[in-house]
Design a protein around this ligand. Structure first.
Ligand SMILES: [Zn+2]
Length: 158
């Protein structure tokens, strides 16, 4: 009687059984995807719904009280009403753009990226030239949902 092969009866590895988890999205932190792999289908569906809600929240329009800042507002223009996809593409574009590139665009063109505001700013006590400007700013939400602004050059007077 030959020795039985102790490995013969062992269950196949997870790979062999086709039980490997799908690869997580490239570059996503392990601390994010690893706990997800352990969840039930029911909870994963709830997570999916919650993610949708979070995205909606982080992409909500900038409200008037969030556009407040230093100095006085000489003029402002609300953002263009773009589809979610176009708005995201515009945000990516904006984050890559330099002030020099932004200076080339009209106020109307800048509204593609967010709320456009023309401000005059004070510098300090004792200055005879205050307020300075006007300066153009684009106010928008960054990818974390935080309101931020980007300088777009000096605005034309009047
Ligand atoms: Zn000044």
């Amino acid at each position: 009687m030959p020795e039985p092969d102790p490995d013969a009866g062992a269950p196949a590895s997870p790979e062999e059984r086709g039980e490997e988890m799908p690869a997580p999205p490239e570059g996503l932190a392990k601390r994010v995807w690893e706990p997800l792999q352990a969840q039930t289908v029911y909870d994963l569906e709830r997570v999916t719904d919650y993610c949708e809600e979070l995205i909606e929240h982080k992409e909500r329009p900038v409200s008037p009280n969030e556009t407040a800042g230093e100095g006085e507002v000489a003029d402002e223009k609300p953002p263009q009403n773009l589809s979610r996809k176009k708005r995201r593409a515009a945000k990516e574009e904006l984050e890559e753009m330099s002030t020099d590139e932004l200076k080339e665009l009209s106020e109307g063109e800048l509204t593609r990226y967010g709320h456009v505001q023309i401000r005059k700013l004070p510098c300090g006590p004792g200055c005879k030239g205050c307020p300075h400007g006007p300066y153009t700013y684009i106010i928008y939400r960054d990818s974390r949902g935080k309101v931020t602004s980007k300088y777009a050059g000096k605005a034309s007077e009047g």
